[in-house]
Ligand binder design. Structure first.
Ligand code: G6P
Length: 476
């Protein structure tokens, strides 16, 4: 086996580390492995630097199929999946990352009862450390001398510090795709844990955030809990929508087919009747996305403005996410229940007020984007929210955007959106009415500016900027 020194001499020059990788595997009935590639900003970014850059993506094996692929030694070049034991991964991913860190950064706790940091929490935390250590060790093994390592997200907060100890020669970056919690809310975490998280991240040379607001929140937490950010630099990179990809992809035949089906479901296009309006939302069924209050606001709209009955349809696509967690399953059930209740109460033989779909279908999402008159993006809190950026780019007629002031995207799109407090149902209902009645000329003007702002920093450039900033750092 090669020594660490030999490996460093010929190892990768650019490394990305994230929980979810660019490819996943399933085992077919005949025992064969099938692979599926994902998308997103990192995938575009890595393809932009080209195969000759010697890049390596280190990620977790998430499914049984992924673990089987590792066992059989099957895999794509440039991707290393870590076969972290399923129970360790579940504790780290479901237990700590998604049930604690995600909740802290998105302000999701119902604080009279939770969080409760008990012995079970400590057990899961030990797994989170083990899981982070597995990444740090794999990166230390694979990285060439002085390589740039770009660690992603709240799953891997401890990696920068651990990796720094193993390989002081590396340039280490970390990027948060989530918001960062306000000081007092971050302070809910046990004293030693919040320090370990912050110090783990501060092991990086450079930390990236999606907006200035989240970067400032992180800095404030460091000032309060660990006496500052030390020599770590902090940068803001507001990931934008990929206009070229979206425009091309949304005009392919599979999207056209789904548009025809959706038009049929929307209905109301018979001779003599005016075209029905659409309010579109597309999300993971995610607590922070605020789908339930979105439905309540739509119901309020139908109450306050009966003239919209029969004339508007709410298309709500809410795709399964993190279904191992009971609270996500319950939330999904509530979304379904409330949609059914609205349809029951207001629906007529020729009009279904809410078209809810819980099955993930990218082509159908794009079809809905194209048909959108209004895009509803009302998260409680969101790192950026790319849907807010994508719909204005794709919508055929140019949509109006109803946008939460708590989404990172608000800082870039707020001026041309109808901005709402995500907790305020009545305000959201008023914004929906305003969006539906916006004059075509105004809507066209606004959507032009929204699309320009939304695509200002395409994914490849977003990634390259971070890589360049990391490589150009002078020692502090
Ligand atoms: C957020 C996180 C990402 C994550 C995504 C999907 O956007 O910042 O890191 O990949 O949610 O969540 P999942 O748990 O399915 O990977």
């Amino acid at each position: 086996m090669a020594s660490t020194h030999d490996a460093a001499a010929r190892g990768a020059q650019v490394l990305v580390a994230s929980n979810r990788g660019p490819v996943s595997y399933t085992v077919g009935e005949d025992g064969s492995l099938r692979s599926k590639r994902g998308g997103g900003g990192l995938v575009s970014g890595l393809s932009a630097i080209g195969p000759e850059a010697g890049a390596l993506w280190v990620c977790s094996a998430l499914s049984d199929g992924d673990r089987e692929a590792v066992r059989r030694g099957v895999g794509e070049e440039g991707v290393r999946m870590l076969p972290i034991p399923a129970d360790v991964h579940a504790d780290a991913y479901n237990g700590i990352a998604n049930s604690v860190l995600w909740f802290i950064h998105h302000l999701l706790y119902q604080t009279p009862l939770e969080p409760a940091f008990d012995a079970e929490f400590r057990r899961q935390w030990a797994s989170y450390e083990t899981y982070n250590r597995a990444f740090a060790e794999a990166l230390a093994e694979e990285a060439g001398q002085g390589a740039a390592v770009l660690v992603q997200d709240y799953h891997l907060c401890l990696v920068p510090g651990m990796l720094r100890a193993l390989r002081p020669d590396l340039r280490i970056g970390h990027f948060s795709h989530t918001p960062w919690a306000p000081v007092d809310y971050f302070g809910l975490l046990p004293t030693d844990i919040r320090e370990r998280l912050l110090r783990g991240m501060l092991g990086a040379d450079r930390l990236g955030f999606l907006t200035r607001r989240w970067a400032d929140a992180f800095t404030a937490c460091c000032a309060e809990y660990v006496g500052g950010t030390g020599g770590t630099r902090i940068g803001v990179h507001g990931l934008g929508a990929d206009a070229d990809f979206l425009r091309e992809r949304s005009h392919r035949p599979d999207v056209q087919e789904r548009m025809a089906v959706l038009r049929g479901e929307i209905g109301g296009a018979g001779s003599g009747s005016e075209r029905r309006r659409t309010i579109v939302r597309v999300d993971r069924t995610e607590l922070s996305k605020n789908i339930v209050r979105g439905l309540l606001a739509y119901r309020q709209l139908l109450d306050d403005h009966p003239e919209w009955r029969e004339r508007v349809v709410h298309i709500a696509f809410a795709y399964p996410s993190r279904q191992d967690l009971a609270v996500y399953r319950d939330y999904t059930a509530e979304v379904a229940r409330l949609s059914a209740e609205i349809n029951e109460r207001y629906g007529t033989p020729g009009w279904t007020p809410v078209l809810l779909n819980l099955e993930d279908d990218f082509a159908r999402s794009l079809a809905a984007y194209r048909l959108a008159d209004v895009a509803l993006v009302n998260p409680i809190r969101d790192g950026m929210n790319l849907v807010a950026k994508e719909v204005p780019v794709v919508s055929d007629e140019g949509c109006a955007l109803v946008l939460s002031r708590e989404a990172g995207a608000y800082w870039e799109l707020g001026e041309d959106a109808l901005v709402v407090n995500p907790y305020d149902i009545l305000e959201t209902a008023r914004a929906l009415h305003e969006a539906l009645t916006m004059k075509p000329e105004e809507r066209a003007e606004r959507v032009k500016r929204l699309a320009a702002a939304a695509t200002a920093l395409p994914p490849a450039q977003w990634f390259l900027d971070q890589l360049t900033a990391l490589r150009d750092l002078q020692p502090s």
